[in-house]
Design a binder for this molecule. Structure first.
Ligand code: AMP
Ligand code: MG
Length: 522
């Protein structure tokens, strides 16, 4: 079925614990991602064999070639370092090279306890499993770098989340699960040789261009070790900036940007407490445990830099070991090496702010139909949206439509006042036609996002249907779930185009999400 390899295992036993998924009572395949499956070489016949798929993607049977492991990692959680995290409820089955030649991890989540479970039950409830499927598909279609879900299988078991909840296993596919926390795990243990192995592996897997001579120094064919380490930091940082700016573009709040949830590959991972911002608010936060708004919408950029600084910390011992001598005097060489290493990583980390700001304003310029940045125009609009609590997605959609005269300009002038006139004048000044601007805006402003109230309403219906079904055991559970989520997924798959059903999901919530809360460890 899947052609597995297990390159992560070759790194050595210190990187993981071998662990087998826990068998479940009555696995039923609820959702299966056909498009993703195609990309992983699933045949049509295999995709139709729900019996086999439900056995594999519940963890009841291990597919041939898979070697199930739980990964070791540490992490800063809300700023506090925990050296002992790791996959407490996930099993990496292995890696599959997809049709584009990219190595993808295939991982079960909610598949039982591992050596890293601490006090957790190793399980996942149905609603968060479906939520991860829906949200990651939405992000994928919106063009945001993300892990994706291959399957959701209900287990037929009840788990305890304060209330009794139906259990599920979700299969996640990601470019890898190497996190900043994976580096922290070895840095915290002073294990420089494993750090070096992880660095080399990450470069080979995610930034092979660092190893190729093409972009190396003109004077030498290859990067020095010091240059490789710094390039790795720089490329990882660039990917984080791209990711976070994309989140901001669509109004996504990740909710738990801990270093153990920060993937080196720059994909969105871990959707537990994520949410979409309706009303524009830099301080928007929905996670029940984020008391101080550390991961608020408008703070995500800054946190990205903080997380990259934590990665830089881990790279310091490697840099010190591989710093070029450059004839520095041997008596002070240790101190000098440390100082030099610190300066080197700081210079990369300091670039974050200007790089981020540039990407941020270019992104907003495009949302306003411009390839040229006008920071005042952008800042002024954001300030108006903040002050007047305007809906983020709808405001940009209205602006886009106003260029086609499909809504009355007066409506926007009433909302945005002189700003609207200034924007139109700026387009003229930059010699951008309304058509050009509108086309650019249509590519950058979604017509629909997975609004919290729609996601939650859908999940509640699914949960109810599965609970009812588990009690009666008569109705076709997978079909009910498919019926409930299909229309929504179909709409979310065309986020830049209004199709028939789009209008069913564009409305803003009645309470403006004032009481909406999301949760970790679900
Ligand atoms: P998360 O908030 O999902 O990123 O999880 C943070 C850490 O808690 C990771 O080490 C997870 O594996 C672990 N964890 C979360 N939920 C559970 C659970 N139900 N059982 C065991 N470990 C868990
Ligand atoms: Mg996590």
């Amino acid at each position: 079925m899947l052609k597995f390899s297990n390159s992560y295992i070759d790194l050595g036993e210190q990187f993981f614990q071998r662990s087998i998924p826990q068998k479940v009572a009555a696995p039923k395949l609820l959702l299966f991602n056909g498009e993703l499956a195609d990309s992983l070489f699933f045949t049509e016949a295999q995709q139709k064999n729900h019996e086999v798929l439900s056995q594999y993607f519940s963890g009841n049977e291990l597919p041939d070639g898979s070697s199930s492991i739980a990964l070791a990692y540490s992490g800063h959680q809300f700023g506090h370092f925990n050296p002992n995290l790791g996959d407490g409820r996930a099993h990496l089955l292995g890696e599959v090279i997809d049709k584009t030649g990219i190595r993808r991890d295939v991982q079960l989540k909610g598949s039982g306890q591992t050596a890293f479970s601490r006090r957790g039950d190793g399980k996942c409830a149905l609603a968060p499993a479906l939520r991860e499927f829906i949200m990651s598909e939405a992000l994928y279609a919106l063009g945001v770098p993300t892990s994706r879900c291959l399957a959701v299988v209900s287990t037929g078991e009840v788990i305890n989340r304060g209330l009794a909840k139906p259990g599920a296993v979700v299969t996640r596919v990601a470019a890898s699960h190497i996190r900043v926390g994976s580096f922290q795990y070895f840095a915290a243990r002073g294990n420089t040789s494993s750090l070096k192995s992880l660095l080399d592996y990450s470069i080979e897997r995610h930034f092979p261009e660092i190893n190729s001579a093409d972009i190396s120094d003109v004077n030498s064919n290859n990067f020095s070790e010091e240059q490789r380490i710094l390039k790795f930091l720089e490329y990882t940082l660039d990917k984080q900036i791209t990711l976070i700016v994309e989140w901001l573009r669509i109004g996504f709040i990740h909710g738990v940007m801990n270093t153990d949830n920060t993937a080196i590959c720059g994909e969105t991972i871990d959707f537990g407490p994520c949410a979409m911002m309706g009303t524009y608010d830099e301080k928007a936060v929905f996670s029940s445990i984020d008391e101080y708004g550390r991961y608020a919408f408008g703070n995500q950029g800054k946190i990205g830099q903080w997380n990259m600084a934590r990665l830089a910390d881990c790279l310091l011992p490697l840099l010190i070991e591989f710093t070029d001598e450059n004839g520095s005097d041997t008596t002070s060489s240790e101190k000098a090496k440390e100082q030099r290493a610190l300066e080197k990583v700081e210079s990369v980390i300091h670039q974050y702010t200007s790089k981020f700001d540039e990407a941020y304003y270019v992104m907003y310029a495009k949302k306003l139909g411009m390839n040229e940045v006008n920071t005042t125009l952008i800042n002024d609009l954001l300030a108006i949206m903040q002050a007047q609590s305007l809906d983020y997605t709808q405001t940009f959609l209205l602006l886009t439509k106003s260029l086609a005269n499909s809504i009355k300009e007066e409506e926007l002038i009433r909302k945005l006042g002189d700003w609207y006139k200034t924007w139109i004048a700026t387009l003229k000044q930059y010699k951008i036609t309304k058509l050009e601007a509108r086309n650019l805006m249509k590519e950058n402003n979604p017509v629909v996002i997975p609004r919290n109230h729609h996601v939650e309403a859908l999940l509640a219906r699914c949960e109810q249907a599965v609970t009812d079904n588990e009690n009666q055991n008569s109705i076709d559970k997978p079909k009910i779930i498919t019926d409930i989520v299909d229309e929504f997924l179909h709409v979310l798959h065309s986020p830049y185009q209004e199709i028939d059903a789009t209008k069913n999901y564009q409305d803003t919530p009645e309470d403006n999400d004032r009481y909406y809360q999301t949760f970790c460890g679900t």
